[in-house]
Design a protein around this ligand. Structure first.
Ligand code: MF3
Ligand code: CO
Ligand code: CO
Length: 269
């Protein structure tokens, strides 16, 4: 399939604002349900109901045969964990919930990490580092910069903590398609790759592992895990390039940036 690099008009950003907001509201909505004992299948059902009751369509259902409305990826699962009624969250888990909603033909794609009960200090350090990794990438999303600038900034933040960035998955163009160009790799060399211009719309979605960057796909054909079973984390925003910088379409209306979301942070910026 040939993928097109679409440059959107800045007026069309309004449609992305709407789709992105619904995606972010969906992740806000699910937050209090992420507790020990709930199944990932139940979370998926709640996510699907929320998206549909707000006029959205879950983009993942039927996408290359994917069966569910969300990807839910605990612990050593890197991404594309398939929600299941038999998979129950446990105290200490860190989980990624990734949803993509179609609203009026536009795709909003975002994911966040959640804490189930109280994860280890190391797990929390991974999650906080992964959030900083995504934001360092987004800060490079300026017209004139390149996709290599984004990847390099992300790789630097993760590797400074001696974590690794996943190379087998990347961010992608989005808008009126789910996955388009440009690819936004989680690593790179400054000044290389595709030059960013106003009107580009894509995701920034780094996956960061405590151990090896290497991934394995389970026999279900979807679930990606770390080869060494070390913990993995990911955050994702959909953004657009403006004349002067970037606009994030999937910011949390509730201000949920990184966890914990429902208790006051000790050292909030
Ligand atoms: N939302 C994922 C992304 O960030 C894609 C999931 S595709 C699925 O690109 F089929 F696995 F759901
Ligand atoms: Co994505
Ligand atoms: Co996603």
């Amino acid at each position: 399939m040939k993928k097109n690099m679409t440059i959107y008009s800045l007026e069309e950003f309004e449609f992305m604002r709407r789709a992105g907001r619904l995606a972010a509201e969906t992740l806000d909505y699910i937050t209090p349900f992420v507790v020990p004992g709930i199944s990932t299948g139940k979370l998926d059902q709640l996510l699907e109901d929320f998206m549909r009751s707000h006029g959205g369509i879950p983009a993942t259902i039927g996408y290359h045969g994917y069966p569910k409305a969300s990807c839910i990826s605990p612990n050593h699962i890197i991404c594309h964990g398939i929600p299941s009624d038999d998979k129950f969250l446990q105290d200490g888990d860190i989980i990624n919930i990734d949803i993509t909603v179609i609203l009026d033909g536009w795709f909003g794609d975002t994911s966040r990490m959640y804490y189930v009960g109280k994860p280890s200090i190391k797990a929390r350090r991974l999650v906080e580092t992964t959030y900083r990794t995504m934001m360092a990438g987004i800060e490079q999303c300026l017209p004139g910069n390149t996709t290599g600038d984004i990847g390099n900034a992300m790789q630097q933040v993760a590797e400074k903590e001696r974590f690794s960035v996943v190379m087998d998955f990347c961010g992608h163009g989005i808008g009126q398609v789910f996955h388009g160009l440009p690819n936004i790799l989680n690593y790179g060399i400054p000044g290389t790759g595709v030059k960013l211009v106003p009107g580009m719309i894509f995701t920034v979605e780094p996956m960061v592992n405590i151990g090896t960057h290497q991934a394995l796909i389970l026999k279900d054909g979807w679930t990606a895990i770390t080869k060494d079973r070390s913990l993995s984390a990911q955050f994702e925003h959909s953004i657009g390039i403006t004349e002067t910088g970037y606009e994030i379409f999937t910011l949390s209306p509730k201000g949920y940036t990184y966890p914990p979301y429902l208790e006051k942070k000790q050292n909030d910026e």
